[in-house]
Design a protein around this ligand. Sequence first.
Ligand code: AMP
Length: 302
Amino acid sequence: MSPVVFCKRAELREFLEARRREGKSVGFVPTMGALHEGHATLLRRSASENDVTVLSIFVNPKQFGPNEDFSRYPRTFPEDVELARQCGVTCVFSPSASEMYPDDFATQVAVPKLSGELCGRFRPGHFDGVCTVVLLLLNQVGADRAYFGLKDFQQYVVLSRMCRDLAHPTEIVPVPTVREADGLAMSSRNRYLTRQARALARTVPLSLAAAANLFRTGERGAEALLGAARRVLADVGLEPQYLELRDFESLEVVSDRLNRPALLAIAQPIESDGVVRLIDNVVLSDDGFWARILDDLLSRTR
Ligand code: AMP
């Protein structure tokens, strides 16, 4: 069945209130559209765990910096609705900017302790924009569960802390990164990559895999692990914007030995038609959930 499309929050609320009166559970997947298999995985997961799945498509102006790609961000609404249908989505919420942010909108939500790290250093205000829109959407949808991809690991950490700190009733569910056959993390921005840039982009997961392989052989020294990743990038002339090891919960720098799961995170600008900034990560850990994600990365980068 085709999903119902809502542009007005009052209509969405009325629809969902009726479903809730019937005792239905609600899953929610917020996106900016230009959907790919990564988004589809979140949608299928929600559809399998909830009676009703809400997909939001909103290119949020508040999370783009002045020199970022807001105006040229890909918009593929008809294809998105078709993919949503195939994934079992019940309704699509696609509000305008003025529906989300009326002229007198005056609130900003922030998690400063976590937002200034990693991507936050290079995208000032980005996570404040993300927190503001996601809290607003979570309040509008009132879902039992909301699904977020670990491709945007810092976003997941920031949003789960926001919900925990503010006692938000929606459960935040992390979903492993979905990768192309050669290991590149799927992203709406990958479509900006020229053929040459796409070939080079493969180095990003390869660099993470080099560190992950070393980790699997027993290496626990932060510098050795970072060095392995850095060498793979340097071999093809790439210099990351950042490549860091952080605690997977607090995002504090890990500079010595790893004794808890550690996030290895990278942002790598790639020259294409303009610069495309790729982000990726893997958690170095032998624990079940994280180890399976690491296995997936390694199996695609052999
Ligand atoms: P976006 O439309 O880029 O804002 O992403 C919407 C949601 O999809 C976010 O929770 C992302 O983390 C998630 N997502 C994007 N790409 C992937 C991927 N390759 N694997 C898993 N989740 C993803």
